[in-house]
Write a new protein. Structure first.
Length: 379
């Protein structure tokens, strides 16, 4: 069996982490007699600009719109001109509405919290609305002045001076519900016990508050026989509960074991997924996937790290773990388990990349390529 996987190398450290991670993914598949992956490269970012004159050629978007699986390294954001963000453009153009980030601790990593082993949480973040809608205007611009004047004169907003920067935070029932539905199904399929709706509905009652309400209504409407609420628990059913965002930050520090799946609006999910990653080793060990109803687009969650690009210092762990998520998605969970176990074994052996060496007592620092070889040998 063969499977085409489209891949984007990425900018900065992208080429290095790919050279370290891809052999590990292929080797794990061979050891479990999984499908052969036919890797088909697509140009994007600086590489595409040099080859085609565009950071994101239309041909790439057309190919991805027909694909079902893709993986990418980190992409930089063009400075001074062009699209605001290649990542946001890809997510909006391909309707990748669910950003899914599993966060768990790897033994051997020294953490700023006392019990990082209690962190085993999957964050579902809405990926198309809220701040990602990109509706904002600079202070003093004609657009901002018109918007502020409309808010004052037509809608009675009395707390505005008229010279502010201004943005709009759209949140729809459609986008919120499809994200929460995917999170509910994920939690139910894996028997994870609970789903927590994260919001700031005590202040933003008609956006964040609606996200909470739509979540409860969805659970009662479509999953009534499988779910219950925290205030009325039923044995054997998935508990649907909610937390205000600031309280949720306390809970992931103090009681992370009480939460297994989080469903959040865009900005809240962004904050929480990075904060959770910091508790277990940082973004170098944080994989993610952006999903539409047809495409699963896995990506390293860290940036391009231009200061260390080309210096063999990058951590390929995030991309390796993306590979594990990819293999699970393709129905080869044992191969995915091999990658995670090999990565954990490598960390325990204390020969790790520079970012991890600061968190592994007594560690020896090795380069990106060498760390890839170590993980491969531990498969």
């Amino acid at each position: 069996m063969r499977k085409t996987v489209y891949w984007i190398e990425g900018d900065g450290v992208g080429p290095e982490i790919w050279r370290a991670a891809r052999p590990v993914i292929d080797a794990a598949l061979r050891l479990e007699s999984g499908p052969t992956l036919d890797w088909a490269e697509l140009p994007a970012g600086e590489k595409a600009l040099a080859e085609t004159g565009s950071h994101l050629p239309e041909s790439v978007l057309r190919t991805l719109s027909q694909a079902d699986v893709a993986v990418k390294g980190p992409l930089g954001t063009p400075v001074g001109s062009g699209m605001r963000s290649l990542n946001v453009t890809l997510r909006q153009a391909l309707d990748l509405y669910a950003c899914i980030r599993p966060v768990r601790h790897f033994s051997g990593i020294e953490s700023p919290v006392r019990h990082p082993e209690r962190v085993d949480i999957v964050v579902f973040r809405e990926n198309t609305e809220d701040v990602y809608a990109g509706i904002e205007y600079a202070a003093g611009s004609p657009e901002a002045r018109r918007l502020l004047a409309f808010l004052r004169e037509q809608l009675g907003a009395t707390s505005l001076r008229g010279d502010e920067a201004a943005g709009v935070k759209p949140m729809s029932e459609y986008a919120s519900v499809r994200l929460i539905r995917r999170a509910l199904r994920y939690a139910l399929d894996r028997g994870l016990g609970s789903l927590t709706l994260v919001h700031k509905g005590n202040i933003m009652k008609y956006t964040e508050g609606a996200f909470r309400r739509w979540g409860y209504e969805l659970a009662a409407r479509e999953f009534a026989g499988q779910t219950c609420t925290e205030s009325d628990p039923e044995p054997g059913k998935l508990v649907v509960k909610d937390r205000i965002a600031d309280a949720m930050f306390q809970e992931i520090l103090l009681r992370p074991e009480r939460h297994r799946v989080l469903a959040a609006s865009n900005l809240n999910g962004d904050y929480l997924s990075d904060a959770l990653a910091a508790q277990v080793g940082g973004l170098g060990l944080a994989p993610g996937v952006n999903m539409s109803d047809s495409l699963a687009f896995f990506e390293a969650t860290h940036g391009t790290a231009p200061d260390i690009a080309g210096k063999d210092r990058a951590n390929p762990g995030s991309l390796m773990l993306c590979g594990a998520m990819l293999l699970e998605h393709l129905g080869v969970p044992k191969a995915a388990g091999r990658i995670r176990a090999a990565l954990e074994k490598s960390i325990a052996a204390k020969s790790v990349t520079a970012d991890l060496a600061t968190q592994v007592p007594g560690a020896k620092t090795v380069g990106c390529a060498a760390f890839g070889d170590i993980v491969g040998a531990n498969l």
